[in-house]
Every structure is written in structure tokens, then in C-alpha cells.
Design a protein around this ligand. Structure first.
Ligand SMILES: [Zn+2]
Length: 669
């Protein structure tokens, strides 16, 4: 097992320094710096080998060393790290702006017909790779470093430079299409994605031929926006979450996704108020809640910081990190676990690959994740290969608007339901390029109309679906498909919106002026359920998860919770708590862990959402199916809440009070 798997306390120090800065590194004493890191409990840290400008921080003979750096900073850091027993990962940014300026012919080139394609950095397909990147890495791999963290090592914009054109022509016998509407645009996008893997393999070969122990990591590789099976040469997975969105949701979503990819992984958050472009300090409780979310979902923590321009470090921030590390350390003994299969949310790789964009739209996945989190339901986010491997261990599989599904997955879903599993599919899942659902017979419905209707209302028919919701049509600002029910029960109808004919006045399409008001005369089937073999299949005709993610209608969350209740009559784990408690169920051979993470933001007028003072949550009730009476049940850390429990008829019942940030219920088996 990789040493990396068990290092939960890591730091990353950004140090992008313009070449004009004369006092670069003058404020950094490597020995004192690393000694302090060791003292606060830091086990590994990312240190700059090469910044975004292309300045190298080691004595390079082939690259551009920072013009004012008068020592081999990387070497001094590495030597100090060895003295204090701390691991060092070299940070390497591939944008290399200095070389992009020196060699305009190596530069990425956008095209005016493709909006957003412009960018200023070197292209991987140019001679830069052979002339700069690989020679630099040969030097770097000779340092006693433990890993290399690559930043921006993926194609993130369409490129039309001469090198890309010539390679594309060699393979496809034609020019790169200059419009996203071009029929061969998707081929081009696939080709761009393949470049990521080619360059990574090349890098790994070079680095590992010198030192096979160096772990290679690529920021944002293999994430839901570019899903794929990780290359074997990758040492661990990593990403710095986008904190301009909700940091807690970002951390949880990506951790649950990475956790299924069978590689050690870390999630990077920062100490800043507004992410990287900022020198502020987050409230401690926010930082703790982020780290708790990461470790509760199988990840390890790495917190990002900036060095000041002279290379010095803010001591007060190190003191904050010290507190965070103490918090993590008090939980570490119980973190080496695997997620218990219960509910799976499928990310179909063929679906992501069918999108004509470099970064796939994963909103339905994000919405399903958020909705489940806020219903206190433990779940995994899985790709095709993982699901095929262990589908029968799950009680429920959710397919959230995944239009393209592989034949193997569809076969496996059918088999899963026949044998007693529950399946929930939404919107255009399995439609592919066809006129109907490919799984029409399994769902018991037909697709009547291909073109979605924008806006509508869900009208639950079944009492069970209406629990806790006002009995009014549920306003749903999403898209609806028109279906025919062949062999299923209708649990909810949908209503169409009233669209007045235009008379040329402004505000005629304003929802506040009657537009979109529900039409009650005619109802259309929206949510269906049927028994198939020993299992249950439900279908929802609106893109409910994406709508929940984008529009926040709490009634949709309740409705889906009620539907999931019907789909899982016998629950493995049932937690009753406020939507602010994230639940994760993990285990190893000796114990089961129920993680409860509390996070709720205060008032704010700007993003990102940050919590300054978390209020303890009480009255959390837990019911866990457990074949045998547990040897012991306890709460860890012991001052993070109180626990009462008893065991009866194959269930563990527990009540937890006073969850401040993160309580773990440890059940010895
Ligand atoms: Zn190019």
C-alpha cells in the first residue's frame, strides 16, 4: 500500500513569483520553515519547483531559474524535509508563460469562431514537450522528492496551433473543425482528451525511469468533468476544489467520486476567504468542517496557502493549521475504512464522452449528490466499471439523466432489478440517439415526444409521495419529457404551464404575470413505478436533480426522499436529522463508522458560503441494520457529542446530541 494513503495532514504552499521580484525566497529559511511544519503535525507538503510563469526554483541547466533566486531553494527544502521526516511533493505548473512569450510558435492558439478558445500558455503538442518539459523533469527526478504535483496538465481549451493542426491531419486526414456545430467536432474533442493520457504516460516513463518511487499526481485529472479510469502510473488523485462554489458541497461531491476509483486521494481546500485570489483567513470552524467532510468520505486533507512575496510564511496561519491537524489527528485511528455499498449514483462515462465539450456537464450528478446529502442518505458516486463490479451489493441505483448508457450497464441494471434491486432513472436516461428509452420495457413506459417541455409542475397522486409537502402542484423549473405509460403505476402527474399568446407587450413572459401558471385540465404521467422480477423500477420524467441543484426547491427534495423510501422498504441505515448533517457509512474488518458532519452557513450576501460559528445539532436518530449485537459502540472524539444506544431485533438504535462539527459513531463488530 502506498505511504500516501495514510497521510491525512498535508499542506500546499503556492509561490508564483513574477520574474521581476528581486527578493524572491529571501524571507524563507528552509530549515526553520520545515521544522515549524513538523512541529504543527504536517506530514507532507507541496513545494514549488516551477511556478505559473515558468520560473524554476532549483538549479536548472535546461530551464529558466528565477532570475533573482540565488540558491537551490528546492534542494534546501528537500534536505530540511529529510532532517525532520516530512515528505515533499514538488509542484510543477505546465503553463510556462515565459516560454510562451519567448516562443510564440509554441503557444496555444484559439480560433475566433470558437468562443472561449483563446489562451496564453504553451501547447503540449508543440516542441516544448521534448525541448523543455521532459529535460526539466529529468533534472527534477534526480532530487530526493517524494512526488510531483502537476498543475494544468490537461487540455482545457480547443487548440488550433500548427502542431495540433498537423497531428490532427495525420490522424484524420483533414483540418481541425472550426465550429462546435461541425459534425466532426466530437471526434476532435475525443482527440483532445487523448492528448492528456499521452502526455501523462510520457511524463511517467521519463520520471519513473530515473526514480520509480516518485508519485505522480495531476490536479483535476479523472474528475467527473473528465471522467476516465485512472492511468496506472498515477500515484494518487488530487484536486483543489472550486471554493467560489459551496466549498463543503464541492469537497463532499469530489471525495465521494474519487473514493470509488481505487487510488489514494486528497482534496485540496484553502485557508483563504475567497479562494486563491485572496490573502484572508477563513474562520477555523469552516476549515474544520471542510476537512471533516473530506475525511468522512475517505479522503486525505491538503490545505492550500500562499507564501508572501519574499517567501516568508504567515505564522498565524500555521497556528490555525496546527489546530486543524489536531482535529484530524484525534480522528485518524478510525479513518482507514471503505464506503459501505448502499445507494449508488451512476456517472456514465459514455454519457460524459458524448458531450461536445472538453469539460462534461455533471449537474445532474451534483444535484443527486446534494439531494441525497440533504436527505441524510449515505451513497457512492460510481462510474460504469465500479457499478458493473459490485452492483449487487447496492440496494438502490440512481441513474440521473444519463442519456448514453453502455449495453453492458443496461444489461447489468436489468439483471440487478430482476434479482431484487431498486432502480431510479430520470429524464432522458438510456435514450441515446434513439426515439425511445433503450430500457423502455424495464421502465414500463414509452417516450412519446422527444423535445422536452420547459417548466411544469409535479402533482403527487400517491399519499406516500406527499408526506411533509403542501398539497399543491410543485413548481419545477426544469425540463419535462412526454411519456406513455405501458406497464407501470403512476405515482405523480405533471401539469403543463400556461403560455399566453404574445400581443407584443413587455413582461408577457414574466412568471409574475400569469405566464407559466399551471393548467389543471389535463394531467400527464410524470413519476412511475413498477415491479420487475423481484425488484422495483421508478422513473421521473423531469431532470429533477439538475433542477434541484440549480433552483433549490425544498419540495423536490422531500418528494424524492418519499420516493426513495418506497424504493428501499428495508433500509440499511436510516438517519433522521436536519438537512445540514452529512451522513457517511464506512467500515473495515473491525468496526463500522457512521460519520456525521454538521455544516450550516450563516447569512451572507456574497459567495462563497462560509460558516463562522456552527451550532451543535441535537436529536439525531440512527437506525442501522446489524446482524449481530456489536461488541461496543462509542462516539469519537468523546467530547464531540453524546450518544445513547441499544440493540434490538437486528437493529442498532442510537440517539446523538451535541454534534458540533464532526462526530463518528464507532461500532465494534
Ligand atoms: Zn496546439
Amino acid at each position: 500500500m502506498s505511504w500516501y494513503r495514510n497521510l491525512y495532514r498535508k499542506l500546499h504552499f503556492d509561490y508564483h513569483t513574477p520574474p521581476s521580484v528581486p527578493f524572491v525566497g529571501k524571507g524563507l529559511d528552509p530549515d526553520r520553515f520545515v521544522k515549524k511544519l513538523a512541529e504543527i503535525g504536517c506530514q507532507a507538503f507541496n513545494f514549488f519547483a516551477k511556478d505559473v510563469f515558468g520560473n524554476c526554483y532549483w538549479d536548472t541547466k535546461v530551464g529558466n531559474k528565477h532570475p533573482y533566486l540565488d540558491k537551490d531553494l528546492l534542494d534546501e527544502i528537500v534536505q530540511a524535509a529529510k532532517r525532520y521526516g516530512v515528505r515533499v511533493i514538488a509542484y510543477y505548473n505546465v503553463q510556462d508563460l515565459i516560454n510562451a512569450q519567448k516562443h510564440p510558435e509554441w503557444r496555444h492558439r484559439g480560433h475566433p469562431n470558437v468562443p472561449g478558445s483563446e489562451g496564453y500558455y504553451v501547447c503540449f503538442n508543440s516542441p516544448w514537450t521534448e525541448e523543455v518539459l521532459l529535460p526539466e523533469l529529468r533534472e527534477l527526478a534526480n532530487y530526493d522528492i517524494d512526488g510531483i504535483f502537476f498543475d494544468f496538465l490537461y487540455v482545457h481549451k480547443p487548440c488550433f496551433c500548427n502542431w495540433c493542426e498537423s497531428l490532427f491531419r495525420k490522424e484524420f486526414g483533414k483540418e481541425i473543425p472550426k465550429s462546435t456545430d461541425d459534425p466532426s467536432w466530437l471526434d476532435y474533442i475525443k482527440w483532445l482528451r487523448s492528448i492528456n493520457e499521452k502526455i501523462l504516460t510520457r511524463i511517467c516513463d521519463v520520471v519513473h525511469s530515473i526514480n520509480p518511487e516518485i508519485l505522480i499526481a495531476v490536479n483535476w485529472a479523472y474528475t467527473p468533468r473528465q471522467p476516465a479510469i485512472p492511468n496506472d502510473c498515477i500515484g494518487y488523485l488530487t484536486l483543489d476544489i472550486n471554493e467560489m462554489r459551496c466549498p463543503i458541497l464541492e469537497a463532499s461531491y469530489h471525495a465521494r467520486y474519487f473514493d470509488q476509483l481505487n487510488k489514494p486521494f486528497e482534496i485540496m481546500n484553502t485557508r483563504f476567504l475567497r479562494w486563491w485570489g485572496d490573502w484572508g483567513i477563513k474562520p477555523l470552524e469552516q476549515l474544520l468542517a471542510e476537512c471533516a467532510t473530506i475525511v468522512a468520505n475517505g479522503g486525505t486533507c491538503i490545505i492550500g496557502d500562499h507564501l508572501y512575496i519574499d517567501g516568508s510564511c504567515e505564522q498565524a496561519v500555521l497556528d490555525v493549521f496546527s489546530k486543524v491537524f489536531k482535529f484530524i489527528r484525534s480522528r485518524e485511528e478510525y479513518l482507514f475504512t471503505k464506503s459501505v455499498p448502499y445507494v449508488a449514483v451512476l456517472l456514465s462515462i459514455p454519457n460524459a464522452n458524448s458531450q461536445k465539450r472538453i469539460f462534461a456537464d455533471d449537474t445532474p450528478l451534483r444535484g443527486a449528490h446534494r439531494l441525497l446529502i440533504e436527505n441524510n442518505i449515505h451513497h457512492d458516486i460510481v462510474t460504469d466499471a465500479v457499478l458493473l463490479d459490485k452492483i449487487h451489493e447496492y440496494k438502490l441505483v440512481i441513474v440521473p439523466s444519463q442519456r448514453y448508457l453502455s449495453q453492458e450497464i443496461m444489461h447489468s441494471l436489468r439483471d440487478f432489478v430482476l434479482n431484487g434491486g431498486s432502480l431510479l432513472m430520470t429524464f432522458d436516461s438510456s435514450v441515446g440517439d434513439s426515439d425511445n428509452f433503450m430500457l423502455s420495457d424495464l421502465l414500463g413506459i414509452h417516450l412519446k415526444e422527444h423535445k422536452p417541455i420547459k417548466l411544469g409542475y409535479l402533482l403527487p397522486l400517491h399519499e406516500g409521495l406527499n408526506k411533509g409537502i403542501p398539497k399543491a402542484p410543485i413548481f419545477t423549473k426544469g425540463e419535462f419529457l412526454d411519456i406513455d405509460v405501458i406497464n407501470a403505476d403512476v405515482l405523480a402527474y405533471c401539469l403543463r404551464p400556461y403560455i399566453p399568446s404574445r400581443s407584443g407587450l413587455p413582461r408577457e413572459e414574466w412568471l409574475g404575470a400569469g405566464y407559466g401558471s399551471p393548467i389543471f385540465d389535463k394531467k400527464y404521467p410524470a413519476i412511475t413505478i413498477r415491479r420487475y422480477g423481484k425488484g422495483l423500477v421508478a422513473y421521473v420524467n423531469t431532470n429533477i436533480f439538475a433542477t434541484y441543484y440549480n433552483y433549490d426547491n425544498w419540495m423536490l427534495r422531500k418528494l424524492m426522499s418519499n420516493l426513495i423510501d418506497m424504493l428501499i422498504p428495508e433500509k440499511l441505515l436510516e438517519v433522521k436529522a436536519s438537512p445540514f448533517i452529512e451522513v457517511s457509512l464506512r467500515r473495515n474488518d473491525r468496526y463500522i463508522v457512521i460519520h456525521l458532519v454538521n455544516w450550516h452557513v450563516g447569512r451572507t450576501s456574497i459567495m462563497p458560503l462560509i460558516a463562522e460559528h456552527l451550532l451543535p445539532v441535537n436529536n439525531v436518530s440512527i437506525k442501522l441494520k446489524l446482524k449481530m449485537q456489536p461488541k461496543a459502540v462509542k462516539i469519537v472524539p468523546e467530547d464531540e457529542g453524546t450518544l445513547e444506544w441499544h440493540y434490538e431485533d437486528s437493529y442498532l438504535y442510537a440517539k446523538v446530541n451535541g454534534i458540533k462539527i464532526h462526530s463518528m459513531i464507532i461500532i465494534e463488530i
